[in-house]
Design a protein around this ligand. Structure first.
Ligand SMILES: [Zn+2]
Length: 358
C-alpha cells in the first residue's frame, strides 16, 4: 500500500511537537536564542529524535526549545502554516492541531494573539492545498489557568478553533480539577477532548469522560488494563472498558509516542490492534511528529503492518476519525464520501485483482 497517497485523518497532533528542524534553526538565529543543543540540521534532528530513551526530562526539554522559537505572531503563523503544508504533503485531508496558547505568554504574547496566529497559519495552508484544518486549544493540567484558556478560545469558535483539551502530566493531576473549564468549554460549544489513560490508569479515562464530559480521549490506551488483553487479543472486558467501547468513545491513539514514553515495551505488545478488533473506536495519530520522528503515513504503515490491517480496516479507522472530528459536518461528510471511501475501495479492489491473478 502507498500510505502516503491514501487520504488520512489526524485528530491528535501538538503544534509545538511538530516544528520543522530547519525552521527552529532559522528562528533561533532570528531571535538570538542560543539554548539549542545543536546548530546543524543533522545534529538537531538527531537530538530531537528521542528514540525510546524513556527520559521524561529530555522529552520536556525538547518542548522548551520549540516554544523558545515561537515568540511572536509571525513565527507561530509560520510554524502552523508549515505544519498544515507538511500534513497535506503526507496525504492528510483532515486534521485538528492542538496548541497551548498560554505557553507563549513568557514572550509577552497574549493568548488571543497566539490563537490568531495559529488560525492564520492553518488557513493559509488550507487555501494553498485544500487540506481541512482546525485548531484545538490545550491547557496544562498542572497549571491553574484552564478557565482563562477556554475564555480566550470562545470568540474564535466559528473561526477555525473548535475544541478544548487538557494536556500535561496526568498522574497526580486529575482532569476533574478542571471541571469549571470543561463545563465552560462545553456550554460555549467547544468540543472537549482530554489526555487520559496514557500515563495514568484506566480510571483516569472514565473521570475525563463521565465527570468532565469529554467526548474524545487523548491516548486512552490504558483501557486495555481493564480487559484480559494477553498481548495479542482481548476476550473479556471489565465494565469500564465495556462502557468506553459501547459508547463509541473515540480514542486518539499514538502508537510511536506510546513506545517513546515506554508505555509499552514493544509495538507487538501495544493494544491498538486488539482494541480495534474488539470494537473500540481507535484512531491513528502522531502526537509529536518532531520528537517521535514520524508522519501520519508512518503511523498508518506501522499500525497496518504490525496488526495486519488491510485497506478496509484503514478506511474504517479513517472514517471513524473524521466522524469523531469537531469540524463542520458537511465538509467532513464530503471528505468521507468523495475522498476517503473511494480511495481505500480502489486500493482494496486492486489488491483483490492482484491476488486473483496470482
Ligand atoms: Zn498529546
Amino acid at each position: 500500500m502507498d500510505y502516503r497517497s491514501l487520504p488520512k485523518a489526524l485528530l491528535h497532533d501538538h503544534l509545538d511537537g511538530g516544528v520543522r528542524v530547519d525552521t527552529i534553526l532559522e528562528l533561533a538565529d532570528r531571535f538570538g536564542y542560543t539554548g539549542l543543543p545543536s546548530g546543524t540540521t543533522e545534529g538537531l534532528t538527531e537530538w530531537f529524535d528521542q528514540g525510546r530513551s524513556g527520559s521524561l526530562e529530555r522529552y520536556l526539554e525538547a518542548f522548551t526549545h520549540t516554544v523558545a522559537v515561537m515568540r511572536d505572531q509571525d513565527s507561530i503563523r509560520r510554524i502552523a502554516y508549515e505544519a498544515g503544508m507538511d500534513l497535506a504533503a503526507d496525504g492528510v485531508v483532515y486534521a485538528e492541531i492542538r496548541f497551548g496558547p498560554s505557553l507563549h505568554m513568557i514572550h509577552g504574547m497574549t493568548r488571543e494573539a497566539a490563537i490568531e496566529a495559529v488560525l492564520d497559519g492553518l488557513s493559509a495552508a488550507h487555501r494553498e492545498t485544500g487540506i481541512v484544518l482546525y485548531g484545538i486549544v490545550s491547557a496544562l493540567r498542572h497549571e491553574t489557568d484552564s478557565v482563562e484558556v477556554v475564555r480566550a478560545a470562545i470568540p474564535y469558535l466559528d473561526r477555525g478553533l473548535i475544541a478544548f483539551d487538557l494536556a500535561g502530566p496526568e498522574a497526580g493531576f486529575p482532569a476533574d480539577d478542571h471541571l469549571p473549564a470543561c463545563r465552560l468549554a462545553r456550554e460555549a460549544g467547544l468540543g472537549l477532548t482530554i489526555h487520559a489513560g496514557e500515563a495514568d490508569s484506566a480510571a483516569s479515562i472514565w473521570r475525563a469522560v463521565a465527570r468532565c464530559g469529554a467526548t474524545r480521549v487523548g491516548h486512552g490506551v490504558r483501557i486495555a488494563d481493564e480487559t484480559d488483553f494477553d498481548g495479542e487479543r482481548i476476550t473479556t472486558l471489565e465494565s469500564l472498558a465495556r462502557r468506553i467501547r459501547d459508547h463509541r468513545i473515540p480514542l486518539e491513539v499514538s502508537i510511536t509516542s506510546n513506545l517513546d514514553t515506554s508505555a509499552f515495551p514493544s509495538v507487538r505488545e501495544h493494544p491498538f490492534g486488539a482494541l480495534y478488533r474488539s470494537g473500540f473506536n481507535v484512531t491513528i495519530n502522531t502526537d509529536n511528529r518532531l520528537m517521535s520522528r514520524v508522519g501520519v503515513s508512518d503511523e498508518y504503515r506501522l499500525a497496518s503492518e504490525t496488526f495486519d490491517l488491510g485497506p478496509a480496516d484503514l478506511a474504517e479507522i479513517t472514517v471513524n476519525a473524521i466522524e469523531a472530528g469537531f469540524g463542520d459536518w458537511p465538509t467532513r461528510r464530503r471528505i468521507i464520501d468523495e475522498l476517503v471511501r473511494p480511495a481505500y475501495a480502489s486500493v482494496a479492489s486492486n489488491q483483490e485483482a492482484i491476488s486473483e491473478s496470482t
